[in-house]
Design a protein around this ligand. Structure first.
Ligand code: HEM
Length: 407
């Protein structure tokens, strides 16, 4: 049925998340995977992969069979039973995951996220005003890359004076050298410095030293369920997880929105002419080109699908980017269309590990792009100088130079 949609190639499909051609455009190989190898095996890199929307969604919803205990990233430094030391509850299964997420959710509430709107708008305006003072600027380096870490700092109560340095450290943590697919030494060092900073901040709060009275850090210290509380190590681990999970993904979402809007001027005209349509710009970008493309799981028990059995212990990739382009879930999926129903998008995962920061990411993107559309009448991207990140799971731009005409 699916393969009837296009001719089946006689060559078996090959998929490597390390392939630069895949980073350039993964969607043709995803289409082949969905059609010809919906449960794909890569012997050389020792992983399996699911690519259809129904399969990816079902796996996200089944933490009993698809475990997060070895982490969720292919990066060798992030994979293994020690993953929760750097990835906190992202790399835990129930019941440990359930306990920690419940405690953290006492502090990370929808009300707290909504309360950040004014601060996000002020930050967006400040970074945008500085960018627009130049004829040509880098949408990622000068704007989209500055916002998310500053928002996380605001959320957890980092003093203004320290925020630029924390942004620099966070950038170093996630930066990958071309051709190198593991965490470089500078990234390890920056991670240690960041963890040390958070440890100091927590110790200050415990001593009652001055800080914003109602920040997330204080709320996490106070959070308790039936006498159970988070330890300092758990809080520090969670603060670090926010940096890893909430920073680059949001930056890349903004860059992808600017890029695909520019490539599709008839669609871009909608939010540029009517701020009420910015939400649709955000949602369709999340679906069309998700910034988090691949999440890994460990198969906890033998699992059979599409006529093959994956033995327990094997690594299984859930291809979010592919699921979002599955014609079984979205009509004409390769069209960037701000009028479509995007409710089935899987960009924030599903089930128990569903992105804790999804509403914050949406709020940030909504505000940042609204401010951009208010200030800018039209823009041109210098595609020849745009640079993609080469990451196994994050998709988006490291640099997106543009020339703008302000309103
Ligand atoms: C466009 C931006 C974002 C995308 C695409 C994204 C994507 C995801 C995905 C796919 C997961 C599920 C991982 C899994 O199932 O293993 C996840 C989990 C998570 N995200 Fe996000 N995220 C974004 C922004 C954020 C932000 C802004 C924050 C917080 C500041 C955040 C915090 C988290 C946390 C804490 C988890 C772990 C949840 C758990 O394991 O229970 N994310 N994110």
């Amino acid at each position: 049925m699916r393969s009837a949609q296009r001719p089946v190639s006689s060559n078996p499909v090959v998929f490597s998340p390390y392939d630069y051609q895949v980073h350039e455009d993964p969607y043709p190989v995803y289409a082949r995977l969905r059609a010809d190898a919906p449960l794909y095996r890569n012997d050389e890199q020792d992983f399996w992969a699911l690519s259809r929307h129904a399969d990816v969604t079902a796996a996200f919803r089944d933490p009993g069979r698809f475990s997060s205990a070895n982490g969720v990233s292919l990066d060798p430094a992030a994979w293994g039973p020690q993953a929760s030391r750097t990835m906190s509850f992202l790399a835990l299964d129930p019941p440990r995951h359930t306990r920690m997420r419940a405690l953290v959710s006492k502090g990370f509430t929808p009300r707290r996220v909504r309360g950040l709107a004014g601060g996000i708008r002020a930050l967006a305006r400040r970074h945008l005003a500085a960018a627009l003072r130049q004829d040509t600027f880098d949408f990622v380096g000068d704007f989209a890359g500055r916002l998310p870490m500053d928002v996380i700092s605001e959320l957890i109560g980092v003093p203004e004076a320290d925020r630029a340095e924390l942004r620099r450290l966070a950038d170093t943590v996630v930066h990958r050298e071309d051709g190198l697919f593991d965490v470089p030494q500078a990234g390890m060092d920056a991670a240690l410095t960041l963890v040390g900073y958070y440890a100091g901040m927590l110790a200050d709060r415990r001593r009652g030293a001055a800080g914003p009275p109602d920040d997330l850090t204080c709320a996490l210290l106070a959070a308790g369920i039936d006498g159970d509380r988070l330890t300092d190590d758990e809080i520090i681990g969670f603060l670090f997880l926010l940096v890893v999970a909430g920073n680059e993904t949001t930056t890349k979402l903004l860059g992808n929105a600017a890029y695909w809007g520019w490539r599709n001027p008839d669609q871009l005209a909608k939010p540029m002419n009517d701020p009420a349509r910015v939400g649709a710009w955000v949602e369709e970008t999340l679906r069309y080109d998700a910034s988090s493309q691949i999440i890994a799981r460990t198969v906890a028990e033998d699992f059979t699908s599409h006529g093959q059995t994956v033995p327990a212990g094997q690594r299984l990739l859930l291809l979010i980017g592919s699921a979002n382009r599955d014609a079984a879930a979205f009509a004409d999926p390769d069209r960037y269309d701000l009028d479509r129903d995007t409710s089935a998008l899987i960009s924030f995962g599903a089930g128990r590990h569903y992105c804790l920061g999804a509403s914050l990411a949406r709020l940030e993107a909504q505000i940042a792009l609204t401010e951009f559309a208010r200030a800018v009448a039209r823009y041109e991207i210098d595609e020849a100088r745009a640079e993609r990140v080469h990451s196994v799971n994050v998709r988006g731009f490291a640099a997106l130079p543009m020339t703008v005409q302000v309103r």
